[in-house]
Design a protein around this ligand. Structure first.
Ligand code: OK8
Length: 446
């Protein structure tokens, strides 16, 4: 059956076929080959193609649930899946949380293993046979360094040499990238910015999903394409060859093969990663807004919730994953109702955080906190007029661990940070916002 399909492209580790049933789709088949050093090392590991397909499909299904724009369509069998037919953008897009690999070669003043609190996003130009648009170049996949603050022009460098000791051997503009694909593109710089944004979000989603399974994602390589309707999509594959990934300091990704690990060990590492990616998920969680009266206006909390957790930008099915619930009940006046209500709500969705927004004597948060085992954040509603209201949730008896936050938006952010500990979707959005104001600092030796 496969023999009768037309091969559109073939690389070292995969083959792309036309889909005979749909001209807008292709079939991506993973092979058992594993290579390193641009083909310098090459082996065949029986079953690697099936592990690569399973990992890619696990990752793409998870990313789809999170609203990422994907070319991925559906799995066919052990080694093949369907994907939207895309004109591929000739870029390898790398996100880095930890300095390693070619990054350290280009930046020798950065020590290997240094944490990059602000994700570094890099572009490499995808080339083959040391050629770019008919011109000889000294290496394949050169590093693209933005020219000054320009988002339009990139100077080209050998990726494995210190940048400081090189003179660029050429340059490429955003427009030329899309010309190469025979796509006329009106705002190529905008597409590159969008690629960076999607890469960041995808990295954060996978970073948290792996953290929850005790892995550390160090870096990640993605590729993008544009489908027949002009949509920018994350395409190609995302498998154990696409990242560096450790657990208890042991390398589990293709880096283990690059480092010379035995093939049977490499296969076992790939099996473990496939198994864990199959368990990636978005948990079902709840944020309760508890007020003491219908006169307590929770609009600022709802606004903050939308600010920190915007609706996904893509038109795809999405579980936003956090159910919000409003409960109006004076704990002073109806304690006999409040306690079973809060206990039932937490029983229904155990992964819950409660914000108690109460005017005057804001003892509701502390009382709720004493009767459930989830975090309760007390927000005194009338502290501006009566500072003394704050005291009623500050000095607590033992075993009443409520926290007190004055600003509604900080209370919501605090609640989301708690939920983000177990929720890749929430983590991705909070982290994206946070990193807008972070910088990476290099400590130079004295
Ligand atoms: C890639 C991030 C890390 O298969 C070959 O022959 C070439 C192959 C290799 O292993 O040498 N190259 O497939 C590749 N290049 C980069 N990455 C690849 N998968 C990933 O990109 O997560 C790599 O795993 C940065 O890599 P760096 O530090 O080498 O630039």
């Amino acid at each position: 059956m496969l023999d009768s399909l037309r091969v559109i492209a073939e690389g070292k580790t995969k083959r792309i076929y036309e889909d005979p049933g749909n001209q807008n789709l292709v079939i991506i088949e993973s092979k058992d080959d594993i290579t390193a050093g641009d083909g310098a090392r090459h082996d065949v590991i029986e079953g690697k193609g099936a592990l690569a397909t399973a990992t890619t499909c696990n990752v793409f299904k998870f990313l789809k649930d999170c609203g990422a724009p994907l070319a991925y369509h559906s799995r066919i069998d052990a080694t093949r899946f369907k994907s939207a037919k895309c004109a591929m953008i000739p870029l390898e897009v790398v996100a880095r949380r930890v300095a390693t690999g070619s990054y350290c070669k280009r930046n020798p003043c950065v020590s290997k293993g240094m944490l990059l609190p602000k994700l570094v996003i890099e572009f490499f130009l995808k080339t083959s046979k040391n050629q770019w648009r008919g011109t000889d170049i000294p290496c394949d996949d050169p590093f693209m360094q933005p020219y000054g603050d320009s988002k339009r022009v990139f100077n080209l460098f050998v990726p494995s040499e210190p940048i400081a000791s090189q003179v660029q051997f050429g340059s490429v503009t955003a427009k030329e990238l899309f010309k190469e694909m025979n796509k006329e593109c009106e705002a190529p710089e905008g597409i590159l910015e969008e690629i960076k944004y999607i890469t960041r979000i995808v990295f954060y989603l996978l970073e948290k999903a792996f953290q929850l399974r005790d892995f550390v994602l160090h870096d990640l390589k993605l590729e993008f394409g544009i489908d027949s309707e002009g949509r920018l999509l994350l395409a190609d594959v995302v498998d154990n060859d696409s990242w560096r990934l450790t657990r208890n300091g042991t390398e589990y990704s293709k880096q283990a093969y690059r480092d010379g690990e035995q093939l049977n060990v490499v296969k076992r590492l790939y099996e473990v990663v496939t198994e864990h990616t199959g368990k990636f998920e978005i948990p079902y969680q709840q944020l309760i807004f508890w007020t003491g009266s219908s006169s307590d206006d929770i609009t600022p909390f709802k606004d903050a919730f939308i600010k920190y957790l915007p609706e996904p930008r893509q038109d795809v099915a999405i579980c936003r994953s956090i159910a919000t619930r409003e409960i109006i009940c004076s704990v002073h006046k109806a304690v006999q109702k409040a306690i079973p209500d809060v206990q039932q709500a937490v029983h229904d969705i155990p992964d819950t955080v409660i914000i108690a927004y109460i005017g005057r004597s804001n003892g509701a948060g502390p009382v709720l906190s004493a009767h459930v085992s989830v975090p309760v954040i007390s927000v005194p509603a009338t502290w501006k007029e009566h500072w003394g209201d704050v005291d009623s949730s500050l000095r607590m008896p033992s075993d009443v661990p409520t926290s007190t936050i004055l600003e509604p938006s900080n209370a919501v952010l605090h609640a989301l940070e708690i939920l983000a500990l177990r929720n890749p979707y929430v983590y991705a959005h909070l982290r994206s916002r946070l990193e807008e104001r972070l910088v990476n600092q290099i400590v130079l030796p004295e």
